[in-house]
Design a protein around this ligand. Structure first.
Ligand code: DX5
Ligand code: ZN
Length: 219
């Protein structure tokens, strides 16, 4: 069995009970918490921002894996760092200067992630791969939970794994969107070591999140 980590997306949680939902995920064996931040501009949906993350942060020891789908992202990085994000992931299209935004995240001693939309090629971030802790491969068009996995991103995961091995880079490869019990194995075999999941974790097996986390790990 391969060592993989699960980062449940709270986008599918009960928003009226977010603190309890995070506790439930922690007890169920989640490795981190994936927080989807949306601005109604970079993506056609709105979610939560730094004040909510700050409040949730107080009740959990888990790593907060914060996925910023906001543009322009640069000026908000400090707010998310101060709110308690551990990993801050940005999209290259959301900043004028990717290198500067990466260094800005690092200046707060946070881990840096860069995310690739389904139609964005690895080449756009290739120069920065040696400087990042994580690459988040989107396997749906960002904006909503519950969408269908786009199979041609498998090729992109393989490219990222190949570059990582050849150059001896250390970034994690995280995949986000439409992950289920049928496609998780292929995603991991392609090179992913972190899986994000909202719908599968919160809805399968009548919402038995412990079982769903365990099943996603059985690859
Ligand atoms: C989509 C988000 C994802 C999404 C995952 O924009 O980035 O994190 O909520 O949810 P599922 O697992 O339902 O596709
Ligand atoms: Zn996400």
């Amino acid at each position: 069995m391969k060592k993989i980590q699960i980062s449940p997306s709270i986008l599918s949680a009960d928003f009226s009970q977010l603190g309890n939902e995070i506790k439930r995920l922690e007890d169920a064996g989640a490795d981190m918490i994936h927080v989807d931040v949306m601005d109604g501009h970079f993506v056609p949906n709105l979610t939560i921002g730094p004040p909510v993350i700050k409040t949730l942060r107080k009740n959990s020891k888990l790593t907060f894996d914060v996925h910023l789908m906001i543009a322009p992202v640069h000026k908000y990085i400090k707010d998310f760092a101060d709110a308690g994000a551990d990993i801050i992931t940005i999209h290259p299209e959301a900043t004028d200067n990717l290198k500067e935004s990466i260094n800005h995240i690092k200046s707060f001693k946070k881990k840096v992630g860069v995310s690739l939309n389904p139609d964005t090629n690895v080449s756009i971030i290739e120069k920065e791969l040696e400087n990042v802790d994580l690459v988040l491969v989107m396997s749906v068009h960002p904006g909503f939970g519950g969408q269908k996995f786009i199979p041609n991103v498998i090729e992109k995961i393989k490219i990222l794994k190949k570059i990582k091995d050849e150059k001896n880079y250390s970034y994690d490869i995280e995949v986000d969107g439409g992950i289920n019990f049928s496609n998780s194995k292929e995603v991991v075999n392609a090179g992913a070591n972190i899986l994000v999941s909202g719908t599968t974790i919160f809805r399968e097996n009548n919402g038995n999140i412990k079982k769903n986390i365990e099943t996603l790990k059985e690859v």
